[in-house]
Design a protein around this ligand. Structure first.
Ligand code: ZN
Ligand code: ZN
Length: 270
């Protein structure tokens, strides 16, 4: 199983998760021309995509969703609240997902995880193959028990570390936006991300990527300092706005701990 990003940040987000011939894109924050160009870097075309999962209706996550779905007939998965934002135009194939619903797309199993963010019904996604679990987690202002439960035991994880509170406070944003970003419905700060990673069970994590890093209110130096030593032995990759990150490969491993834990979980829908 492998995953990659076409770009990560407030100007556009799109993450691809692949297993065999199933290729799922989480969010499409780039217009169609830009999307096609960026997909080529990963040796893909839009026609290769099995589905698009939409996390929420903010422009940096949905800019290309409508045009992509209409031109290439790609099915789009999202919550009813996200669809109700009415920002997609006509979509040929919409599949509504419920919070904590588990559903299949080709060879992959997907879990929708509700998050706290200032959108109508935001949902992040954990994507499983038969033996590998990859979590995508951006655009949340608070760490909840649902998040801690869903994102423990990941083999691969893309998580946001959006801002440094001092840089945000001293930065160029208007006060209302500063309050929004740093609030409980906004984005995780570097320190919150470090706290989240410390609370998750990361014993089997192979690839950790940090993304949605603000270009105005954060710096790589601040993020690396905050996250240093939080997940010992796992190198941290940083996803940037322009290039995202190239394919990272996740290999199946024995997960006795996860199997025990998963047996105890119940999800709302299969
Ligand atoms: Zn965003
Ligand atoms: Zn957002």
């Amino acid at each position: 199983m492998r995953f990659a990003s076409l770009g990560s940040g407030s100007k556009g987000n799109a993450t691809i998760v692949c297993d065999g011939h199933t290729r799922v894109m989480v969010d499409c924050g780039f217009g169609l021309k830009e999307l096609e160009k960026r997909l080529l870097r990963l040796r893909l075309t839009p026609a290769d995509l099995s589905a698009v999962l939409v996390t929420h209706e903010h422009a940096d996550h949905i800019r290309g969703v409508g045009p992509l779905a209409r031109k290439y007939r790609v099915p789009v998965y999202m919550t009813a609240g996200t669809l109700a934002s009415n920002r997609f135009g006509v979509l040929p194939e919409v599949r509504l997902v419920e919070p904590l619903q588990r559903f299949s797309i080709g060879d992959l199993s997907v879990l929708s995880v509700p998050v706290v963010h200032d959108a109508r019904e935001p949902s992040q996604f954990v994507i499983h193959s038969a033996s590998v679990k990859i979590g995508i987690l951006t655009d949340l202002g608070s760490i909840t028990s649902a998040v801690l439960e869903a994102y423990s035991h990941c083999d691969g994880l893309l998580v946001e570390a959006n801002h440094d509170p001092v840089m945000l406070a001293c930065g160029p944003y208007p006060q209302s936006l500063k309050t929004r970003v740093s609030g409980q419905w906004g984005h995780l700060s570097n320190a919150q991300t470090a706290s989240l990673l410390a609370q998750l069970d990361t014993a089997q994590l192979q690839q950790l990527v940090v993304g949605h890093i603000s270009q105005h209110n954060n710096s790589l130096a601040h993020t690396t300092a905050a996250l240093q030593g939080v997940v010992p032995g796992v190198p941290i990759h940083y996803a940037c706005q322009e290039l995202g990150f190239d394919w990272l490969y996740i290999h199946p491993q024995q997960h006795p701990k996860q199997q025990t834990a998963d047996r105890g979980h119940t999800y709302a829908t299969q």
